[in-house]
Unconditional design. Structure first.
Length: 430
């Protein structure tokens, strides 16, 4: 009897060793490492970025800031399926469309976008490095190795800084509905309001502290400051998974390890969510339903053929809803979709009336666009995953807890994530 009890005591530990061994083999094979630290914080630049992030003067009508859609207290998003632009009111779950324009895509999360390895930004990847040097953006004047707007292009210190410029010059987002200003005119107007407006003296001092020795500032300097804020405020590189990759196995529960092993193997997630960021930063069509106005006539083909940027996954538990159209409100729905994407697309149900919008978010159910989405599905997207109920729980645990930064683990309790399944609690990793 004593021998049997000893065996039963050892058995779970043996299984845990097997899980650890298998997971470490996949980690080694894929050469995965914990995310790096960002470059050292420039405090003066960060403080300038913080002021700019909250300042309505970045908008053409002085009525919207970056914080309105990318809330500092709301995990970099607005919690809505589709974003709402200039003219909307409130923050996070209380953000209402009001007189705002309905933006056809979900507000992207900002976590870790200032770290090395990020090669594309926006859902359609319209901010990238130019293959011949310089930037590749929607503004031709910034692009390539010999840009016309050389003073701005040369000032920008990275993709995140380049990205920060474009909402300010979008009539639907921040510039103001009906505006006919060119991007350059919009950017010059922003800098004029900042440096010569009611807070001009203060802003001149803040810019000089952030950029010592420079007197002539352009919108690129503002972009760099916003990027510095986002780089350090929206940082999630201290997750249980990152610690595990650095050799600290105690930060992952057995269930998280099983989920990570599934992620790297049977579930085929790394077909797209590869590398240290768990994103290739490429573009894939995974058969996501379309709601709202779309980019054109109720449809949105993304970069082309319904391909959208592969999302990095740190702090994914805090940034629901998911996908370019914000159609999945929980990670369970995401997992179910991946298990059988064609069936999910055909059987998707959506209620068009949403309390935060003044107009209905209609689902695109046209046979021709449905067929086009299916016809162009990514070839490396599994058409059917045979996951058991326990495997789904394991995968959920890894995604929702294993990839959440330790400083944000308490937020999982508030969101009810830890009520879903057993052996998936941050209390186990303290």
């Amino acid at each position: 009897m004593l021998l049997l009890l000893s065996f039963l005591t050892i058995l779970p530990y043996s299984f845990a060793q097997d899980t650890d061994r298998d997971l470490k083999q996949y980690v080694q094979m894929m050469n995965l490492k914990g995310l790096p630290a960002p470059r050292p914080k420039n405090e003066a630049l960060y403080q300038l970025g913080l002021r700019l992030f909250y300042d309505n003067q970045l908008s053409g009508k002085n009525n919207i800031s970056c914080h309105a859609c990318h809330s500092l207290s709301g995990f970099s998003g607005d919690t809505l399926p589709l974003s709402v632009g200039e003219g909307a009111e409130g923050l996070a779950k209380n953000r209402m469309q009001s007189q705002g324009v309905l933006i056809p895509r979900h507000t992207p999360a900002l976590y870790n976008l200032g770290l090395a390895g990020v090669s594309s930004l926006f859902w359609d990847g319209r901010i990238m490095k130019h293959p011949q040097g310089g930037w590749l953006t929607p503004e031709d004047g910034l692009n390539g190795p010999t840009p016309k707007l050389k003073n701005i292009a040369d000032t920008l210190d990275g993709l995140l800084a380049a990205q920060a410029l474009f909402p300010m010059a979008s009539p639907e987002e921040m510039l103001g509905q009906g505006s006919t200003l060119s991007r350059l005119e919009a950017w010059q107007a922003v800098m004029d309001r900042l440096l010569n407006g009611r807070l001009g003296a203060s802003y001149k001092r803040f810019f000089r502290e952030a950029f010592p020795g420079i007197e002539n500032f352009n919108i690129g300097h503002a972009g760099n400051a916003l990027a510095e804020l986002e780089r350090h405020h929206f940082l999630a590189n201290n997750t249980p998974w990152d610690n595990y990759l650095r050799g600290e196995s105690k930060f992952m529960t057995e269930r998280m390890k099983k989920g990570a092993t599934l992620f790297l193997s049977k579930a085929s997630c790394t077909n797209c969510h590869s590398g240290d960021h768990l994103s290739s930063f490429g573009f894939q069509n995974i058969g996501i339903p379309q709601i709202g106005p779309g980019v054109k006539d109720g449809d949105d083909q993304g970069r082309s053929d319904y391909r959208f940027r592969v999302t990095p996954l740190r702090n994914i538990a805090l940034t629901a809803p998911y996908m370019h159209s914000g159609v999945f409100s929980t990670m369970w729905e995401v997992i179910d979709h991946y298990e059988h994407p064609i069936r999910s697309l055909h059987e998707f149900n959506w209620h068009p009336k949403h309390p935060n919008y003044r107009e209905d978010l209609k689902l695109d159910e046209r046979p021709e666009t449905m067929q086009a989405r299916i016809k162009t599905l990514a070839q490396n997207l599994p058409r059917h995953l045979d996951l058991t109920t326990d495997e789904k729980k394991d995968l959920y645990c890894f995604l929702m807890v294993g990839l959440t930064d330790l400083k944000n683990q308490a937020d999982l309790t508030v969101k009810g994530v830890l009520d879903e399944i057993e052996d998936c609690s941050p209390r186990l990793i303290q």
